[in-house]
Design a protein around this ligand. Structure first.
Ligand code: SAM
Length: 295
């Protein structure tokens, strides 16, 4: 229809199909054209880039990503939106650079093996790839926690998450937001909140603000050089240690059956939440690798 905005057109076309958004699938669509363009412009993408998008939905961000010339590998859980996206993309600039996988990005709490098969088919790794997503809130935590653990992490990430989760991703030691999620992410990436985003730019509107967060892979980060079992054990170590985040470290270590680790009494009196990411990696290494203790 003439005079329709992109969002009005989308609403009409989805309405004609009897589509209504599912809150269970975190379907809060981005409708602000300026924000969509600015997110797609975060990393100056070009024809040589490979982008993974989790949850393309009806494709408002996907279209902007394709316009950069990048190849886009998208994972969408909802088959109604998948079918809609395929039809729409046929008329877009570089629409033939979109590869859509219909399915869950997670399998048993881990990133789906299908993601790594599809990446490998496109040469990644060693080819670097970028992850861009308006992440459905229901999977944001497990997706982000697994990025550094997965063995083929993205070189960079730009994602929209709920504001509180953004704070946790970029949290510093000693703050109430600091915990296993942020530590796992920061052990592999530099994390930064780029901007706070109001509920107004989504339809339907979520109840809380969002954060646009960027992550950049820390080349040479020691977590990335570890074998998969050791990375997984580090995740378990953090979860168990932070179950008593405000108690002295000596209690947390005792709970793990890891006594002392040769630390001084002053060190053992510190609380887990006061330890920086490198200190926690070092502590884990001492117990798990040097002393052969299990988690
Ligand atoms: N990218 C679109 C946008 O910005 O308007 C949609 C974002 S919406 C917040 C989240 C999208 O993720 C929805 O399309 C939803 O169906 C999809 N989704 C939800 N859970 C998913 C999962 N486990 N795996 C893949 N996609 C998922």
């Amino acid at each position: 229809m003439r005079g329709e905005s992109a969002f009005q057109r989308l609403k009409r076309k989805l309405g004609e199909r009897g589509f209504s958004p599912s809150s269970l699938m975190g379907q809060n669509f981005l409708v602000d054209a300026n924000l969509l363009r600015s997110i797609a412009g975060t990393f100056a993408l070009g024809a040589e880039d490979l982008v993974v998008e989790i949850g393309p939905g009806p494709g408002s961000l996907t279209r902007e990503l394709l316009a950069t010339g990048a190849e886009v590998l998208a994972f969408e859980l909802d088959p109604r939106l998948g079918a809609f996206l395929i039809e729409e993309a046929a008329g877009w600039e570089h629409g033939d650079r979109l590869w859509l996988v219909l399915g869950d990005i997670l399998e048993r709490g881990r990133l789906s093996p299908r993601l790594f098969e599809e990446l490998s088919a496109r040469g990644a790794p060693p080819r670097p790839y970028t992850l861009m997503s308006n992440l459905p809130y229901s999977v944001a935590g497990p997706v982000l926690a697994n990025l550094g653990l997965c063995g083929a992490p993205p070189a960079r990430v730009a994602c929209l998450v709920q504001w509180e989760m953004g704070r946790r991703l970029a949290a510093a030691p000693g703050t109430k937001e600091y915990g296993p999620l942020g530590i796992l992410v920061q052990a592999a990436f530099e994390a930064k909140i780029q901007k706070r985003v109001s509920p107004q730019v989504f339809r339907p509107r979520p109840k809380v603000d969002s954060a646009l967060v960027t992550l950049r892979l820390r080349e040479g980060a020691r977590l990335l050089g570890w074998a998969p079992e050791r990375r997984e054990a580090f995740g378990r170590f953090l979860r168990r240690l932070f179950a008593a985040r405000r108690k002295a470290l000596r209690n947390g270590l005792k709970g793990l059956g890891w006594s002392g680790l040769g630390l001084s009494s002053a060190e053992l009196n510190r609380r887990p939440e006061q330890l920086g990411v490198e200190e926690l990696l070092g502590l884990f290494h001492r117990g798990f690798v040097e002393e052969g203790l299990d988690v």
